[in-house]
Design a protein around this ligand. Structure first.
Ligand SMILES: Cc1cc2nc3c(=O)[nH]c(=O)nc-3n(C[C@H](O)[C@H](O)[C@H](O)COP(=O)(O)OP(=O)(O)OC[C@H]3O[C@@H](n4cnc5c(N)ncnc54)[C@H](O)[C@@H]3O)c2cc1C
Ligand code: SF4
Length: 510
């Protein structure tokens, strides 16, 4: 166990990020590396091994946090690594990317600073990888059943790994030319280097999972084109199908001037930057170099655009958020242990602040229109302050920002509407525009038996940790459907939501 007085003796100390100047000069992850083991073991010793570990309530995976804290405190990296993988297929991703609702739920948060759970997680998996613990776990016997997983984001990958290990023959069908979903082409290298993803895919291949890339299941316009596959035919060939196609329907900004050159969807921009890192291009077709950049949308995607723009050499960066600036503390309707909407600074915000000496965000404001130059390229963005609740414009607050590149990071409204996937599988939409499913992940719809929906496609825009949890749970449902019973864990039900103060399940809190 951990030191019973550790939390009294040891102050919280997160692993340090590299200096801003240094990390803006490259694309490597923001954190420093291996010399951190003593620090992390000491930090893990702050865990109180609570009788009721509330950190669990924050994590949809049911991670065994006090157990791996104890192993990390004693530098027993093998045991810690195994406990980490008991509940999570890709801890190297959550350890880097998760906003760590477990830390906001940690009991220490009531009157002190929480355990650095996320840092401990990342360090355990990195140390395990360094020691060669990552080996394939192929099944002992094969079931003779076949499963098609459509989409290779974290939900599809988690489902595929669980089902392969349960003995089924699993093929992952991916529209893009590389595996990984948003882990590959959305999330930038400085948050998670792609080598981590590649290593996991190699493990899955060695276990027997088959990957097919460049295959648009359903076809881009619902017709059979090169690289497309008919979803109904695929269902006919397999014993079960898992639809894990994400929530790729992008929100638009229908204001005057939207058609000007230099205004792009954030995902197009981030994909270009990630392709350069993959070696596809020497220079990105969309770049922030030498431009004033305005990012419309206050979330994680916008923050990722900011870190990317800074590394590309933007002259200035501003991020617009329609929501008012959150306060530093929990409000009464967001008590411990719920995940509160407090003022947070991402690494990218920190980088911009370090360079420009101010928070790069403007809160409670909305875009009115764009202005262009003679060549039809955007040169200015007009904005207005808005009321905090109704979001209606406040008269007399209009102002103008220079803008040579505008990135729209307004979120997503469910799985893509184009393409024939939905029609060919007979999938229904729920009231929010996501693929409808029952509590056990089975798709709703006339032609849908044996079809399951996992990840953002069913939940709506969410987090990597929820995608992995959904993939694991959907795999358990598929295994039961195919064999009549299952030993696979199901950490969440399809309609579970993050905890709120009222116990009500609110959509999209994370
Ligand atoms: C820019 C950005 C940054 C983010 N950063 C974070 C973060 O830091 N931390 C965090 O926890 N979450 C983050 N998220 C959210 C997180 O990435 C998603 O919640 C998660 O990736 C969802 O996983 P998924 O498997 O459901 O879908 P996705 O990752 O979206 O994968 C879906 C896959 O399906 C494929 N596909 C779609 N249609 C078809 C078809 N017809 N045929 C074949 N394949 C198809 C797509 O090409 C894609 O590869 C971020 C999201 C974005 C956009
Ligand atoms: S709530 Fe915090 S202190 Fe308690 S077991 Fe979890 S990590 Fe440890």
């Amino acid at each position: 166990m951990t030191d019973p007085f550790g939390f009294l003796r040891i102050p919280r100390e997160p692993i340090p990020a590299r200096p801003v100047e240094e990390r803006l000069g490259d694309w490597h992850e923001v954190h420093a590396g291996q010399a951190l083991l003593p620090l992390v073991s000491r930090q893990a010793d702050r865990c109180m091994d609570c009788g009721i570990p509330f950190c669990h309530t924050g994590c949809p995976l049911g991670n065994l946090i006090p157990e791996w804290n104890a192993y990390a405190a004693h530098a027993d990296w093998r045991a810690a690594y195994d406990r980490l993988h008991a509940t999570n297929n890709f801890p190297e991703a959550t350890g880097r990317l998760c906003p760590a609702p477990c830390e906001d739920a940690c009991v220490l948060t009531i009157n002190a600073d929480p355990v650095t759970i996320k840092n401990v997680e990342q360090t355990i998996v990195d140390e395990g990888l360094r020691r060669g613990y990552l080996t394939p776990s192929p099944p002992e016997r094969h079931s003779g059943r076949t499963v098609a997983v459509i989409g290779s984001g974290p939900a599809g990958l988690a489902a595929a790994q669980q089902l392969t290990r349960a003995g089924h023959a699993v093929t992952v069908h991916e529209r893009a030319d590389r595996i990984g979903g948003l882990l590959r082409y959305g999330i930038p290298e400085f948050k998670m280097e792609k080598a981590h993803l590649d290593r996991r895919i190699e493990q899955m291949r060695a276990e027997g999972t088959v990957f097919v890339t460049g295959q648009d299941v359903g076809g881009a316009d619902g017709t059979a084109t090169a690289g497309a596959a008919d979803a109904a035919a695929l269902r006919g060939r397999c014993d079960a199908v898992v639809v894990a196609v994400g929530a790729g329907e992008r929100r638009e900004l229908p204001v005057p001037g939207r058609e000007l050159h230099g205004i792009h969807q954030a995902m197009d921009y981030l994909t270009c930057a990630n392709r350069v890192r993959e070696g596809d291009w020497a220079e990105p077709p969309i770049t922030a170099e030498g431009r004033h950049v305005v990012i419309v949308g206050g979330g994680d995607t916008g923050s990722d655009c900011m870190g990317t723009a800074l590394r590309q050499g933007a002259i200035s960066v501003v991020q617009l958020d329609i929501n008012p600036e959150p306060g530093p503390d929990r409000t009464d309707d967001e008590p411990w242990p719920v995940y509160p909407k407090t003022y947070r600074i991402s690494h990218a915000h920190d980088e911009a602040r370090g360079r420009e000496g101010r928070d790069p965000r403007l809160f409670a404001c909305a875009t009115l229109r764009f202005d262009g130059d003679a060549s039809g390229r955007v040169r200015a963005l007009y904005l207005t302050a808005v009321e905090p609740v109704g979001r209606s414009p406040l008269a007399g607050t209009e102002r103008v920002l220079p803008a040579g590149l505008v990135l729209l990071a307004l979120g997503f409204s469910g799985p893509e509407r184009a393409g024939g996937l939905r029609e060919q599988l007979g999938l229904e939409l729920d009231e929010r525009g996501n693929f409808a499913r029952d509590a056990g992940f089975a798709a709703c719809g006339g032609r849908a038996p044996g079809v399951f929906v996992a990840g953002d496609a069913g939940r709506g825009q969410s987090l990597v940790v929820w995608a992995i949890a959904e993939g694991r749970a959907a795999a358990a449902a598929v295994d039961r459907y195919l064999t009549g019973s299952t030993c696979l864990p199901a950490p969440v039900a399809a309609h579970d939501r993050p905890m709120t103060a009222l116990g009500r399940m609110r959509y999209g809190d994370f």
